[in-house]
Design a protein around this ligand. Structure first.
Ligand SMILES: NC(=O)c1ccc[n+]([C@@H]2O[C@H](COP(=O)([O-])OP(=O)(O)OC[C@H]3O[C@@H](n4cnc5c(N)ncnc54)[C@H](OP(=O)(O)O)[C@@H]3O)[C@@H](O)[C@H]2O)c1
Length: 150
């Protein structure tokens, strides 16, 4: 789901009651070809037809988490183009999936989901790695989870 649709899609859902939510979004605006931003040399993402959304100094996970109160959020599946998931190897190496969150059990569960996709689906042989420890602008830290082999 696009970042711009999150409020509408998540705004009126019932309580999450500790459910795990995978956040696969990126905080970007999708630009039409005629948008001034699509040709703005100051936009480093213009070649991809997107523009970063100003989050006011917050991390995207902080913003997302506020939209799903009571859920356990794991960021995953947001960084590889869906079209390359079926191509686990590239340039002599292997693509990796990163996931991050501050709930160890939720991360383990999401890792299992990603691994389960493997033999039957596009994530086959994609190595799963925790994200490097990330520090948000407010100083929260997200600890890396266990490493998984392909
Ligand atoms: N495409 C990629 O390779 C890729 C890779 C990594 C991460 N992402 C991230 O994934 C997100 C989606 O990207 P995309 O390329 O898949 O966009 P997309 O093709 O525009 O798909 C957006 C999806 O969100 C659904 N949606 C929109 N508003 C909704 C609402 N109110 N309630 C329920 N569903 C709603 C749409 O449903 P309808 O079709 O019914 O409108 C559609 O299935 C973005 O945040 C992007 O940054 C994309």
């Amino acid at each position: 789901m696009r970042w711009s649709d999150l409020n509408e899609a998540l705004g009126s859902l019932p309580a999450w009651n500790d459910r795990i939510v995978i956040d696969g979004t990126n905080p970007v605006e999708f630009l039409g070809p005629d948008s001034p931003d699509a040709k703005d040399p100051a936009n480093p993402l213009d070649a991809h037809g997107i523009k970063a959304i100003d989050l006011g100094g917050r991390s995207s996970s902080e913003v997302f988490r506020a939209l799903v109160p009571g859920a356990r959020v794991v960021k995953a599946l947001n960084h590889l183009d869906v079209n390359v998931l079926a191509q686990p190897e590239a340039c002599g190496g292997q693509r990796v999936q990163f996931y991050s969150g501050d709930d160890a059990h939720a991360k383990t569960q999401v890792c299992k989901v990603l691994e389960a996709i493997g033999p039957a689906g596009p994530a086959q042989r994609v190595k799963l790695l925790p994200s490097a420890a990330m520090r948000s602008s407010s100083g929260d830290s997200v600890k890396p989870g266990p490493m998984r082999s392909p």
